[in-house]
Each structure stands twice: as C-alpha cells, then as structure tokens.
Write a protein that binds this ligand. Structure first.
Ligand SMILES: Nc1ncnc2c1ncn2[C@@H]1O[C@H](COP(=O)(O)OP(=O)(O)OP(=O)(O)O)[C@@H](O)[C@H]1O
Ligand SMILES: [Mg+2]
Length: 224
C-alpha cells in the first residue's frame, strides 16, 4: 500500500541568529491512508515543524517528504502550491478564519481559489457545514460563533476540497474541555468515513482517540 504521508530522513534546522535550532533530526515515519495518528511530545519537540512539512508549507533541509507518493523535494512553487491545495487540509489551534467573511464564505474560499464555479462552491460549502453540524450558522461571522463552532468552520474549510490528508495542529488547544471533546469526536467521525487524519496534541484524551501515537521529542520520533 502506498503511503499518504512519508518523511524520509528528514532534517530541519531553523536559523536563529548565529546559532541554529535543530527542529527535526533525521526523522523517518509514514502515515497510511485511512489512519488517525496523533503526534505528541514536549513543547518544542518538533510536532508543528513535522506537520508543516507534511502540509508542504515548508521544505526540509535534507531528506524527502512525500505527499500521496509525490516527492516534494525539488518541486517548484507552482506544483508545490497545487499539491498543497489539492491534497492537504490544515486546521490550526487559533482557527485562522477570515473575520470579515461569513462561515459559508470562509469554507467556499479554497474552492473559489481552485477555480470552482461560485454556485458549485456555495453548494459544496453548505453541504460540508451541514456535515460538521453548522447548517444553522451559514451566514454568521467568526465573531458571532463560539470557539468550538469556529473550529468546526475551520474543519469544514479544511475538508471542503476533499483532501487526501487532514492535518491538525493542536485543534483543541484553544477550546474548553467539552468543545474539545466535540472537535475530537468530529475528527474521529471524519476518519471513520475514510479521511486520513494527523493531529498534534498535548491532550491525552485527544491522543487516545487516535489509532496510533508518534512521540516527537528533541526532533526525533519514537513510536509509542
Ligand atoms: N520559525 C522558527 N524560527 C526559529 N525556530 C523555530 C521556528 N519554528 C520552530 N522553531 C524551533 O524549532 C523547535 C521545534 O518547534 P515546533 O514548533 O516544531 O515544536 P512543537 O513540538 O510544535 O511545540 P509545541 O508543543 O510548543 O507547539 C523549537 O525549538 C522551536 O523553538
Ligand atoms: Mg506546535
């Protein structure tokens, strides 16, 4: 079976003044299609760095990152952006919704950027918002939504283009316990429907919902 995501001997150092900060040191790991994997480990260990590489938002110094079997090393900006826009959906701790747009406008935006026709984009965005339980909040702006609802909109935006992999960086990190549980239940439900999910988290409860846990510490991965 081919991998959804693959890191092969990946190293990444951030230049930080004269000194370099080693974020990942020769990391190799893979995520299979249909898996729900949690990345755990201490702050500064490298979880976000690995997720950003898996999301083609950054490039490794050495090694290779493959997304749905496609190597990202040496890809030019155009193909890299296309790969990111078509194969990956990303959910952030602080939601990163556009504040002036309504829920449905936030969700349809990735489709419009891909050249989808407005009517089709609106229909698809409306359907996905219904899927995450927000069919009654389509025209609300982010400031009119709870944190849990904002994260649902963000998840809808991340899956609206049917990406191969959904990446989430501490998706419950800014939510209370109950809203966090609902977001994890939503991610687990999407995974049960076939969506591959990789999530960084500090929450043991969130990690327990995953099928597999990778611990990242000092830029290295150990399987738990
Ligand atoms: N843009 C950057 N510039 C310089 N150093 C960075 C940058 N981003 C991350 N780092 C450093 O790289 C290391 C790994 O950071 P990373 O954000 O991947 O950790 P993390 O596991 O996600 O931590 P947390 O649990 O706090 O989110 C840390 O030492 C961090 O300070
Ligand atoms: Mg992080």
């Amino acid at each position: 079976m081919s991998h959804a995501l693959e890191a092969i001997h990946v190293s990444k150092t951030y230049r930080d003044g004269a000194a370099g900060v080693v974020a990942l040191a020769d990391v190799s790991c893979a995520i299979l299609p249909g898996e729900f994997v949690a990345l755990i480990g201490p702050s500064g260990g490298g979880k976000s760095t690995l997720l950003n590489l898996f999301g083609a938002m950054d490039a490794p110094d050495s090694g290779d990152v493959r997304i749905q079997g496609t190597s990202t090393v040496g890809l030019k900006d155009g193909p890299l952006t296309r790969l990111r826009r078509t194969q990956v959906g990303f959910v952030f701790q602080f939601f990163n919704l556009l504040p002036t747009l309504t829920a449905v406008e936030n969700v349809e935006l990735p489709l419009l950027l891909q050249g989808e026709r407005p009517k089709q984009a609106r229909e698809r965005a409306t359907a996905v918002l219904a899927e995450v339980g927000l069919d009654d909040r389509l025209t609300h702006k982010p400031s009119q939504l709870s944190g849990g609802q904002m994260q649902r909109v963000a998840i809808a935006r991340a899956i609206v283009h049917r990406p191969a992999v959904l990446l989430a960086d501490e998706p419950t990190g800014n939510l209370d316990t109950k809203a966090g549980e609902q977001i994890i239940a939503l991610l687990a439900g999407l995974n049960a429907g076939g969506q591959t999910v990789t999530m960084a988290t500090h929450s043991p409860d969130a990690a327990a919902a995953a099928h597999r846990v990778l611990r990242i510490r000092d830029g290295r991965v150990d399987v738990v």
